[in-house]
Write a protein that binds this ligand. Structure first.
Ligand SMILES: [Zn+2]
Length: 260
């Protein structure tokens, strides 16, 4: 990978407001440009994530989603537009990013499965779980716990949403909180109860922010803190989550175990 010690003239203009931020500077921007983030899910959460990571200048973004675009996606999945109906989401996303920031290396990686998840996440510095189902959420969580990869979780249904960040060795994982995949039909899904696009979008913006903070090494992450949001009342709550010592994904793991 190329190593550079300064921004070119155009990059100085484009990223001027990143560089101004305390703790960022040109060194921080160059760090973002050397960073690799894997985004799993190109829907209501993943759409703003990809916009903001690409605009911020993250060097390489892996995108994973096996779906094609349906009309019912367009009310919230703002990466895709009406001419994209029927296209694969990864292809539509690639078009959007090429227009926004052609310097980003976008790597479509197909669907994430139990057989490819570990080798896929190993290639990235930070993982964003922006999926819409528990099976994928637990799969990604458990792989990140084993592989020692930090990730951001989010979920949104109706007008409620939640998000937290997992950093191996530094706090609880998704399974510490939710333990096991709930039975199908025992929880609300957006295809049954709806979802307001902007609610998913706001969570996606938070996920992108967490990824950028992690890569830059600034601020405090949502580690051990589950942020919940009821958009109907505009109430944000933060629930402190302890590490579950018996967690089958991350339990009894000493700090830093599994890294590398
Ligand atoms: Zn855990």
């Amino acid at each position: 990978m190329e190593t550079r010690d300064s921004l070119n003239e155009l990059e100085r203009l484009i990223y001027a407001r990143n560089v101004l931020l305390p703790g960022v500077g040109e060194a921080g921007q160059l760090r973002l440009m050397r960073s690799r983030v894997l985004l799993i899910g190109l829907g209501g959460l993943g759409s703003p994530v990809l916009y903001y990571l690409a605009a911020a200048g993250v060097g390489e973004i892996g995108i994973a989603d096996g779906d094609s675009i349906e009309p019912s996606n367009l009310q919230r999945q703002i990466l895709h537009g009406r001419p994209d109906i029927g296209l694969r989401k990864v292809d539509s996303a690639a078009r959007t990013v090429a227009r926004l920031n052609p310097d980003v290396r976008l790597r479509p990686c197909g669907e994430i499965t139990p057989s490819n998840v570990l080798q896929t996440i190993a290639q990235y510095d930070f993982i964003i779980e922006a999926t819409d189902n528990y099976r994928s959420k637990f799969l990604i969580n458990d792989a990140c716990a084993v592989g020692g990869k930090p990730f951001s979780h989010a979920g949104a249904t109706g007008m409620r949403a939640q998000t937290m960040t997992f950093v191996p060795g530094a706090g609880p994982c998704f399974r510490c909180v939710f333990e096991d995949e709930p039975e199908a039909g025992s929880y609300d899904t957006s295809d049954r109860v709806g979802i307001l696009g902007s609610v998913a979008g706001a969570m996606g913006a938070i996920q992108a922010t967490e990824a950028l903070k992690y890569l830059l090494g600034i601020g405090n992450l949502l580690v051990g803190r589950l942020l919940t949001w009821d958009a109907r009342t505009m109430a944000f709550r933060e629930v402190q989550i302890p590490v579950n010592e018996r967690c089958s994904a991350c339990g009894q793991r000493s700090t830093g175990a599994g890294k590398g």
